[in-house]
Ligand binder design. Structure first.
Ligand code: SF4
Length: 184
């Protein structure tokens, strides 16, 4: 199974709790004004097997991983495959637990429709992650980065996966300054 990515960056502090490796999936068909990740489409993509990508990401010292894009759900089967291999490599080879945050620019309505059409593929992805942030980023509604939070905009919502099968999600609160409060 292949996946198209734009980049892997280590030691991010603004893409979720703790120090994280961020994997940027390639491509997004939405064209949100001020999209902060347009650069991912301005460079050639790398096409790699999900098996090898997961092995590479697991070999980096951060066990926290954030996935953004582009739009990860534009490659949903590859996304699910990558997530499964990532847990496999972290558990079997490196003996560490993986904490995964997934950013998507899709709304719940769009995700629900995709889930309906794809034999619950969205549910399967959710059961592999710890946190999911939904809705497109709106630059006029952006707010500051603070320690142990992730960059976001007022319209975005963050959910913790509190039960895996079936996935049950709990919305994470946003404080009065618009900061996402993420429990580690
Ligand atoms: S959905 Fe996200 S990645 Fe896609 S254009 Fe909008 S802000 Fe950018």
């Amino acid at each position: 199974m292949k996946v198209k990515i734009s980049a892997i960056e280590r030691d991010h502090t603004d893409a979720g709790p703790g120090l994280r490796t961020e994997v940027f999936f390639y491509g997004c068909s939405k064209d949100c004004p001020g999209c902060q990740n347009k650069w991912t489409e301005d460079m050639p993509y790398i096409e790699v097997s999900t098996f090898k990508l997961a092995r590479k990401v697991a070999s980096l010292r951060n066990s926290n991983v954030s996935i953004s894009g582009g739009e990860p759900f534009e490659q949903p089967v590859s996304l699910l495959s990558f997530l499964k291999w990532l847990r496999f490599w972290n558990r079997i080879r490196y003996f560490k637990k993986t904490h995964v945050l997934l950013y998507t620019g899709m709304t719940w309505e769009e995700l629900g429709f995709m889930n309906f059409l794809s034999d619950k593929l969205v549910d399967k992805v959710q059961s592999q992650v710890n946190l999911i942030v939904v809705n497109p980023w709106e630059h006029l509604k952006s707010y500051k980065i603070v320690k142990d939070t992730c960059v976001g905009s007022w319209n975005q919502r963050a959910y913790e996966v509190v039960h895996r099968k079936p996935p049950i999600l709990h919305e994470i609160t946003v404080d009065g300054f618009g900061h996402l409060i993420l429990d580690e």
